[in-house]
Structure formats: structure tokens, C-alpha cells
Design a protein around this ligand. Structure first.
Ligand code: BGC
Length: 759
């Protein structure tokens, strides 16, 4: 855990430059706009430790799989989020000396992420080797008003000298992915050009042939007047720039404005890219920095009006929740249904792919609560579009007759994860995809979704479960062997309670969906059944047989569900007895030691009790929580939020608050010692759930919205808004009361602390 960032309600502030934290800050201060994103790398050359990252949504590379020991069934490639051509470079030479923060004395360094406005600022004074002092103030954003636009204002003030300087404004397409399996470069050059005041590079990805066109223009100003220095243009392999020679004058600020347009062939025909990119760039440069910024800020204003969560009385908690909402909203705006929410968003390369079960299990509720229902629907339709691929994935593993196994990690529907214990065994992901359909309908009331898309997906998933589950003669019950539950610190276990439970639930829900669609649209129903070659009687009878006789491990004496067979054979030693130097286990212990231990990476049985909390009595939830929580190390970011929600339900206020801080400040305080790889974007939706479903007790039961708010001890109040069936409802919880305001939409009845109230 590190605590070097200042607490502030709306800003993330780093004061003083410590190169050891640079990679962490590069992740935390990242910017994005749903279409493109940028780690908080410096504009100027930096020879110190850095992880350069520029990303363009939907653009990936299928990196050939690299494993020590090949196993049949492994995918051929791992689809990687690609580090794309960089548009931010503003490199400076003062009196022939390269300006480089690693090589000068840096004072008054402040890096600020302004979450209200969506901008990144950096200011400092640098003293060069020869004593020249220069003040820099850099300000940039990726426009939320136009996802293809980025802009930088970079101000240089010589403090104690006047001298000649050169400013290099570049596009660098010679970029690499740190996680490249074979040290390959993934981009080829298609086109480049550098003229006075303008430069462009189009690069294409090898194999996938995505074209990305990046173009820049710039302006230089001194005291509000345009400066025209002497310009040289350079072209190298995968690189272009303009170098402007200027005279820096003591005490006079020189401002560089750099505008960039980044377009991909996902959104424009390849042969027009350079032309349309140039056209837009001209418009952007004409608008200028201030106007672009205004448009960008007004989008953020709208977002915050809708999605902000306020917390009074606890700045760390307030900063935490805003940081989570901010990162989520700049990762996925819902504007493009082809996109999804990668675990690292635009903040790092780790995890490749864009889509994990995280989307359905964690992000969907966030978008349901904060955005137009279409956004959540798009996320479901995305999986519907991948159904055929999921059927092919299952077929590669020997499943037949339309059984669908959704991938653990994907870009295009194809599995690209290649660790056998995850690819083949972490199949609970299928359950989350089925549950998301139910969750969406429960929240929106859009039952027709089942007829249109949902049923088909549910049948594919239920078919998979019915083939994956086998009959044990010894137990005379159905069992599920060789799985990895959400707790990845156990592999190849038998009868993981969570996976078996959600499998049975899926088959039950699919039966209900069949009954609904049959009534809703008989013609559609018949053609679906025929197309899927669905033998309704035979298949649903087997589902019912399995559900009625499934082995779900339990320890009657302890009154708990067994995470998997044999869990109680482990030495049960609570996490609090671990030595601090052993944490995080995944960085300190050998893998076998982790596997044999009782430590749980992330909510597993508790994940099930969270999803299905209305099917279990409070005592059962309590016994399981009391047993499993002390064994959980939360080394997956997805874990603490589930604990907040359950702890809140159980009235464990302190535990809920502790877990809330952990989820909301996971990256800000680098709890898991891995923020340098990127932020944990998908779990940020869990932070939102912690407030709304945890502290706020929000649930939807039979179409009725329920709240049972309580307030962590040292908070004065908190408030959030949710978008529910055409209404916007504001909930403000204070110590002594809860205020509910219907801000828009038709009157509605709501259950507040068990009593129906009309808004
Ligand atoms: C977690 C998975 C999760 C993945 C991506 C892993 O560490 O164990 O549950 O899907 O990260 O967030």
C-alpha cells in the first residue's frame, strides 16, 4: 500500500516528483474518452522508468500464444490491446541540451487529475545541468465531445536565462507492447507525411489490418501572439515530426498548443482515413484549445450531474468514488456497441483482450443504474453476437449440439486465454453471462429481450452446463468436476459450490425464459426451437433432473456451503495471522503453496450469496461470511465490493467501510502493489455497487425498487442518483433520515426500509 497522493474531493494530486512512483502515476492519471486513451506519460523525452501507453478502442493484435507446455484446446493467439502511435510528444532542447526530467533537478512538481473537468495538469520547475531554470506547465485532455480528438497546452517559461531552443512535435508509430510474446512489433507503416505545421502517420496492425491514422497540428504563442519559429520537418521509419526553432526569453511564457486527431478504420474507410483525418484536424486547430476544452468540459458536467456520488465527511472516500466513476466513464461511454470494458481500460496493457466476465458481473449493474438502458442492452447484445463463436469455443473442447462456452478473455468472441486452469476450467463465466440477462430484465422490465436475443444465449449456456455436469455413481448425484471457481487460488477442483449453483440456476432460468417466449411470440419461439435443433422435452427434462439432484457441497455442522470438495481439509489460518511481508501472496509465495493454502483470492461462495441473496436466509449468509471472509486476501480487485454489499446486509458496518476503502482506493493507494500495470477499471463498477447496493441497500424485487440505506459512522451523508425505468431518482442518506427525490419521470412507488413510499 502506498499513500503518496493528496486527498481532495475532485482532484487527484501528486506533489513532488518521485521517479519510483512514476509508473503508478502514469496509470492513475490516465485519460480516455471511450475511443482512445493515454497513460499519463510525459510529453517531453524521459529517460527514466516509464511505461508508454497510447490506446485506440477496438484495435488489437492476435499475438501468437506462448506457453511452456502446449495443451490441446489452447487458443492459437492472445488478443492484445495495442499500444498505438503516440501523439503526445513535445520534446525540448534548450541551448542544445536535451530536456529530460530524469537528468535535471525537479522542484515544485505537481501532477493533477481534475476529475470534474477531465483534464491532466503537470507543472514543475527544472534546473538543467548548466543551472538554467525553466518552468513547465502542461495541460491536456482526450476530448469527451469528440472521441477522435486530443489536445495539449504546454507552457515553457525560462526563469533565469534567455536562449535558443528547439521544440520537436512528433508522432511516434514505432511503439511496442511490453507484453509482446515474441518481442515482435505489431505495427506496419502505411503512410506518412510531414509538412510545415502538420504531420500524419497511418499505421496498420499486422495480421488484423486495423488502420490507425494519427495527425497533428500545432500553434506557438507568446503573450497571446502567434510565434513563427524556423521549422524543420523530419521523417523516419514509423515516425514524423516538426522541429520548431524558437528564442526563449527570460520570464516570458511560450505556449505550445498541440492538436491531434486519431482515427481508426473501425470507423472510417481505410482509403479515406488520411483525408478525413486532415479535414477534422484543420477544424480542430481552428477551434483552438479553449473552445475544445469547453466542449469537453461540458460533457463531463453532464456526466457528473447524472452519475456523481457525493460523500460528506470523508474526503478519502469521496475522492475514491469519484475516481472510480471518472475512470469508468472515460473507458466506456456506451456509444459504440462493438466495444466493451477491458479490465485495464486505457490505463495499461495487462490482461489483453477487452471482455471478461467482469463486464456482466460488475459493470452491467453500474451502467444499468447510471445510463440509458440501451447501454446495458448493448453489452448483452455484444455477447449475443458472439454466440456462434461461443459454440465454436465449446466445440473445440469437445462439446456438441450447440453447447456454448463463452470465452474467459476475448476481443471478437474467440477465446484467447491460454492457461489451462482458466481457459478450460474457469467456466463460471458462462453463468455470469446468463445472470446478466436476468439482471437486466429484472432492472429494466424489458422481458422482450428474452424473445429477441436472450433465450438463444441461455439455451446455449444451459446446453453447456448439461454436458459439463456428470453423474457420480458413488454419490448418486450430479457433480461438476475439474473446475476453477472465481477464487483462482484453487484450480481443478471438484464441485465448486458457486459454479454448480449458478449452473443449476441458469437451467432453471432458461426454463422460465422458454415459457415466457412461447407465450410472448409463438412464431418466433417455434422458429428458434427449429433453428437451434432444440429437443425441448428431452433437453429440459435433463436440466430438471440435474437441478433436482445436483451435489452442492455443504458442511452441516458449520452450516456453510463448501467452496469445493475437500476445502475443510486445509489448515484454516485466518489472513490476519499472515505476516505482512507475505502479502500479496501472488507476488511472494510459490504457486503450489498458494494452491494448498486456505487463502481465497476473491469472493467465491460469497459471490454466489451476493448474486442470489434473496434465496438465502440471513443466518446462512452470516455463517458463510463469517467463515470465508477471514480467509480472503482480496488479491483480485473484484473481491472487496462483494464483501461491502454482504457486510452491509449483515450490519457489519466497520467491515463494510474497510472494504469500501479498499475497493474505492485500490489504485489510488496501490493496495495490491500492481497499479503500475494499469488501473482496475472493471472493479471500479464494484465500488459504485458498494455505495448503491451496499450502503444504500438498493435491490429490485418483482419490479419494485428497494432501498435500506445506512451510513458509515464517520460520514455525514452520501447521495447518488439512479436511472430506473424512465425515472431519475436521487437518494440522499443522512444519519437520521433518507431523502428520496424523483427528479424526473412518472410517479413511482418505492420500498424504503420495508415501507412502500410514493414519489
Ligand atoms: C480475476 C478474474 C478477473 C480478471 C480480470 C483476475 O485477477 O481473478 O476474476 O476476471 O482478473 O479482471
Amino acid at each position: 500500500m502506498k499513500q503518496y497522493l493528496k486527498h481532495h474531493e475532485w482532484e487527484i494530486i501528486e506533489e513532488g516528483f518521485d521517479p519510483h512512483f512514476n509508473r503508478i502515476s502514469e496509470s492513475i492519471f490516465s485519460l480516455g474518452n471511450g475511443r482512445m486513451g493515454q497513460r499519463a506519460n510525459f510529453e517531453e523525452h524521459y529517460s527514466g522508468d516509464t511505461h508508454q501507453g497510447t490506446y485506440v478502442a477496438g484495435v488489437y493484435y492476435p499475438d501468437k500464444t506462448r506457453v511452456g507446455w502446449w495443451k490441446n484446446g489452447y487458443p492459437e493467439y492472445f488478443a492484445k490491446v495495442l499500444n498505438a502511435p503516440s501523439w503526445i510528444g513535445i520534446d525540448i532542447k534548450i541551448d542544445q541540451q536535451q530536456f529530460d526530467l530524469a537528468k535535471c533537478t525537479v522542484t515544485d512538481f505537481v501532477r493533477t487529475l481534475d476529475m470534474k473537468r477531465g483534464t491532466l495538469h503537470r507543472s514543475f520547475t527544472a534546473t538543467l545541468g548548466d543551472g538554467k531554470k525553466v518552468k513547465i506547465s502542461a495541460h491536456r485532455f482526450c476530448s469527451m465531445a469528440d472521441g477522435e480528438v486530443g489536445a495539449i497546452r504546454y507552457a515553457i517559461t525560462p526563469i533565469n536565462f534567455s536562449s535558443a531552443a528547439s521544440i520537436r512535435l512528433s508522432i511516434d508509430a514505432d511503439v511496442v507492447n511490453k507484453d509482446s510474446n515474441y518481442d515482435e512489433k505489431f505495427w506496419d507503416e502505411v503512410y506518412k507525411e510531414s509538412q510545415l505545421g502538420y504531420a500524419v502517420v497511418t499505421a496498420k496492425t499486422k495480421k488484423t489490418d486495423f488502420h490507425v491514422c494519427t495527425s497533428i497540428e500545432y500553434d506557438l504563442e507568446e503573450a497571446g501572439k502567434r510565434v513563427k519559429g524556423k521549422v524543420f520537418t523530419n521523417i523516419k521509419s514509423k515516425y514524423v515530426d516538426n522541429v520548431v526553432g524558437v528564442d526563449l526569453k527570460e520570464g516570458v511564457e511560450l505556449v505550445v498548443y498541440k492538436y491531434a486527431v486519431v482515427m481508426s478504420s473501425e470507423n472510417h474507410p481505410k482509403d479515406t482515413l488520411v483525408k478525413v483525418c486532415h479535414k477534422k484536424l484543420d477544424e480542430v486547430a481552428k477551434m483552438g484549445f479553449d473552445q475544445l476544452l469547453k466542449a469537453h468540459e461540458s460533457v463531463w458536467k453532464e456526466i457528473w450531474e447524472k452519475c456523481d456520488i457525493t460523500i460528506e465527511g470523508d474526503i478519502a472516500a469521496q475522492q475514491g468514488i469519484r475516481f472510480n466513476i471518472f475512470q469508468l466513464m472515460q473507458t466506456y461511454t456506451g456509444a459504440d456497441e462493438r466495444l466493451n470494458i477491458g479490465p485495464k481500460g486505457f490505463t495499461g496493457e495487462k490482461y489483453g483482450g477487452s471482455t471478461y466476465w467482469d463486464t456482466e458481473a460488475y459493470c452491467l449493474p453500474f451502467y444499468l443504474g447510471t445510463s440509458d438502458p440501451q447501454v446495458a442492452r448493448n453489452l448483452l447484445v455484444y455477447r449475443h453476437k458472439h454466440l456462434q463463436r461461443a459454440i465454436e469455443n465449446a466445440a473445440k473442447l469437445g462439446f456438441t449440439d450447440g453447447a456454448a462456452l463463452y470465452p474467459m478473455v476475448t476481443m471478437n468472441g474467440e477465446e484467447c486465454h491460454n492457461e489451462w486452469e482458466i481457459t478450460f476450467e474457469e467456466i463460471h463465466r458462462n453463468g455470469a453471462i446468463a445472470f446478466a440477462i436476468y439482471d437486466y430484465i429484472r432492472y429494466t422490465g424489458d422481458e422482450k429481450y428474452l424473445t429477441e436475443f436472450g433465450l438463444e444465449v441461455l439455451i446455449g449456456i444451459s446446453r453447456f452446463w448439461s454436458q459439463r455436469i456428470t453423474f457420480s455413481e458413488a454419490k448418486k448425484q450430479y457433480v461438476m468436476l475439474g473446475v476453477t471457481g472465481p477464487n483462482e487460488y484453487e484450480n481443478n477442483v471438484n464441485n465448486n459450490w458457486y459454479t454448480s449453483y449458478i449452473a443449476c440456476w441458469t437451467m432453471e432460468y432458461t426454463q422460465k425464459a422458454l415459457d415466457f417466449v412461447r407465450k410472448d411470440n409463438h412464431i418466433k419461439f417455434s422458429s428458434l426451437i427449429a433453428n437451434l435443433n432444440f429437443n425441448e422435452f428431452q433437453e429440459t427434462s435433463r436440466w430438471a433432473e440435474i437441478r433436482g439432484n445436483m451435489y452442492l457441497g455443504e458442511d452441516k455442522q458449520l452450516g456453510i456451503f463448501l467452496q469445493q470438495d475437500g476445502f475443510l481439509d486445509k489448515e484454516i489460518i485466518p489472513v490476519r495471522n499472515l505476516r505482512p511481508q507475505d502479502r500479496p501472496l501472488n507476488q511472494k509465495w510459490s504457486w503450489d503453496r498458494i494452491l494448498r493454502s486456505c487463502y481465497i483470492k476473491q469472493a467465491d461462495v460469497l459471490q454466489g450469496l451476493y448474486l442470489f441473496d434473496d434465496r438465502f436466509d440471513i443466518e446462512t449468509i452470516k455463517r458463510n461470511f463469517d467463515f470465508y471472509e477471514p480467509l480472503t486476501v482480496h488479491e483480485s480487485s473484484l473481491s472487496p465490493c462483494v464483501h461491502v454489499i454482504l457486510a452491509s446486509k449483515l450490519g457489519y458496518k466497520e467491515k463494510a467501510y474497510e472494504m469500501y476503502l479498499r475497493t474505492s482506493r485500490l489504485d489510488l493507494d496501490d493496495y495490491n502493489n500492481d497499479t503500475e500495470d494499469g488501473c482496475h477499471i472493471t472493479s471500479m463498477a464494484g465500488t459504485w455497487m458498494s455505495v448503491v447496493k451496499g450502503f444504500g441497500g438498493m435491490r429490485v424485487k418483482e419490479g419494485v425498487l428497494h432501498f435500506s440505506p445506512y451510513i458509515p459512522d464517520h460520514w455525514e451523508s452520501y447521495s447518488f442518483r439512479i436511472d430506473f425505468r424512465g425515472r431519475v431518482i436521487k437518494v440522499r442518506a443522512l444519519k437520521e433520515k433518507t431523502e428520496l427525490v424523483l427528479e424526473s419521470g412518472e410517479p413511482i412507488e418505492i420500498m424504503l426500509n420495508g415501507k412502500m413510499v410514493k414519489l
